[in-house]
Design a protein around this ligand. Sequence first.
Ligand code: HH2
Length: 299
Amino acid sequence: MKITGVCPKNPPVWPPKSYPQDRQGRAIAPIHLVAVFPLVMGVVNVTPDSFSDGGQFLDPGAAIRHGLALIEQGADIVDVGGESTRPGAEPVSAATERARVVPVLEALAGRVRLSIDTTKAEVAEAAIEAGATLVNDVSATLWPVAAAGGVGWVAMHMQGTPRTMQHSPRYSDVVSEVRQFLTARAGQAREAGVAEVWVDPGIGFGKTLEHNLALLCSLRTLVSDGCPVVVGTSRKSFISALLGAAPPDDRLEGSLASAVWALTQGVGMVRVHDVAATVQAARLVAQDVAVPRALAGAS
Ligand code: HH2
């Protein structure tokens, strides 16, 4: 495939003037356009212990202000989470998690598309009630909740559980195992009636540096399996493993480079902490790579 890098004469305008709506009339992101206009999902962690911003947005007011700032910076989707999934994290109760996320979702509802980052059905249901239209599910088990709520679903691959997943991750072929897992889960979700299914290779979730790099190098294959792909590399430890031991909030350049890499491989969405910088990068990739590719009819 030849990528010319030449802008088409009439490139589509981003952001679109109006968003399509779901069955309840809520605005949703234009999933059919992600091959041309990749989406940026901004993270709001309402937790005391997240790996990069733990404690910064545990207070609901701080979390809401952060969500509003991410919208201002151009986030297409705001992903709200109430439980850390960092390596070694201890689980929290559904009641605690629900109490953290629901007020934040309610305050942001109607301003942007909202996603709930959870592995618990009860929390996902409360979040949908509060306005979330996407269930971001690192356990890849909640498709029945997404089907019942008429919302989208992200199936992420993880080996083990956050508490122990980095102890000694093992695969005979990480790329084909992850692809097979995600394809199977996506099929189950579609059969259950979920119209919008995303898949995510789960960078850092039960994976060594080599596993993460193998998956990042194979994103195009994952994209070719047919589901829109979302990737979360933002501030993750593989960046400091490669570049030197920078703390999580000092990994912007590596985060941006990996997001740009993913977007050039055809990924439809990147999940990030640094929204303003990533939106600029994503729009540049869309103009330089995705739009000419889509207009040329290349996959
Ligand atoms: N990574 C994290 C959390 N949720 N969801 C998807 N789909 N993909 C990811 O890569 C992903 C995710 C970890 O990042 P963060 O939420 O910032 O940290 P913590 O889990 O410590 O709250």
